[in-house]
Design a protein around this ligand. Structure first.
Ligand SMILES: Nc1ncnc2c1ncn2[C@@H]1O[C@H](COP(=O)(O)OP(=O)(O)OP(=O)(O)O)[C@@H](O)[C@H]1O
Ligand SMILES: [Mg+2]
Length: 233
């Protein structure tokens, strides 16, 4: 599905990603773990074309490094950024419609607006109010739902449970499972181990702009050394 080989990325002169190698197969949920500032979000942005990647990023065999973000989105890659990326002056419903791809109508993809409202009753109740009045957690849900409206084949979700209540965290975990059930490949960026270890098929741990561990959740559980050096605070 996605194959990343020797990917580098820079902010100005800072060399942030230093040769990232990773892949996500069809229907797989892969977690990308690591401490603050190691380059997890930059990895997503480089795949998405929001940051210029050096090296190779192949999506279904096709090279996408060097393409523009909107082209990459139209090819079927979705990104739910860690900040709440909503249009505050538009309603919840209008925000969801903006997630559709050019020419796509609601209900044509795997996800309809009604699906979103069924999953998140809070969004349903606030369908026609300005998104600026939604709570932080609701805005985060809306960001995730808007990306799903575009019917991605592969979606990167950046710290979706950060700052959420335990109840909303559970809701997000259910949606992540539902995304997988619908056959969508997922790269889940997390800092907390628990959720990722529960739902991921495979895990990458990142440290200083490189992958420092790759394996199954069960394998990571056995590796106290990796967890101590690269994950625990
Ligand atoms: N726009 C930017 N300009 C300059 N440096 C940046 C920019 N964005 C991120 N960085 C730096 O790049 C490094 C990696 O950042 P990144 O956002 O990828 O980390 P992360 O692993 O997602 O961690 P977290 O989300 O916890 O901050 C950090 O040192 C950060 O300070
Ligand atoms: Mg980040």
């Amino acid at each position: 599905m996605i194959e990343i080989t020797d990917m580098h990325a820079y902010y100005g002169k800072s060399h942030i990603l230093q040769g990232v190698n990773m892949n996500v197969q069809e229907g797989e949920i892969v977690a990308l773990l690591g401490r603050n500032g190691v380059g997890r979000s930059t990895t997503c942005k480089a795949i998405m074309g929001e940051v210029e990647p050096k090296g190779s990023v192949k999506f279904r065999g096709q090279e996408i490094a060097g393409k523009k973000a909107f082209e990459i989105a139209n090819m079927g890659i979705g990104y739910v950024p860690e900040n709440r990326d909503i249009f505050p002056g538009l309603t919840t419903r209008q925000n969801l419609i903006l997630g559709l791809k050019p020419g796509q109508k609601d209900g044509e993809g795997r996800w309809s607006m009604q699906n979103m409202f069924d999953m998140f009753s809070n969004l349903n109740e606030r369908a026609d109010v300005e998104a600026s009045v939604l709570s932080g957690g609701e805005q985060q849900m809306l960001t995730m739902c808007r990306t799903l409206m575009g019917d991605p084949e592969f979606v990167m979700i950046d710290e979706p449970t950060e700052g959420l209540s335990p109840q909303m965290t559970m809701k997000v975990a259910e949606v992540l499972q539902e995304i997988a059930n619908r056959g969508i490949s997922t790269l889940l960026v997390e800092q907390k181990l628990a959720i990722a270890m529960d739902i991921a098929h495979r895990v990458y741990v990142m440290g200083h702009g490189q992958v420092v561990f790759e394996g199954t959740p069960a394998e990571l559980r056995e590796r106290d050394d990796v967890r101590k050096e690269w994950l625990e605070v």
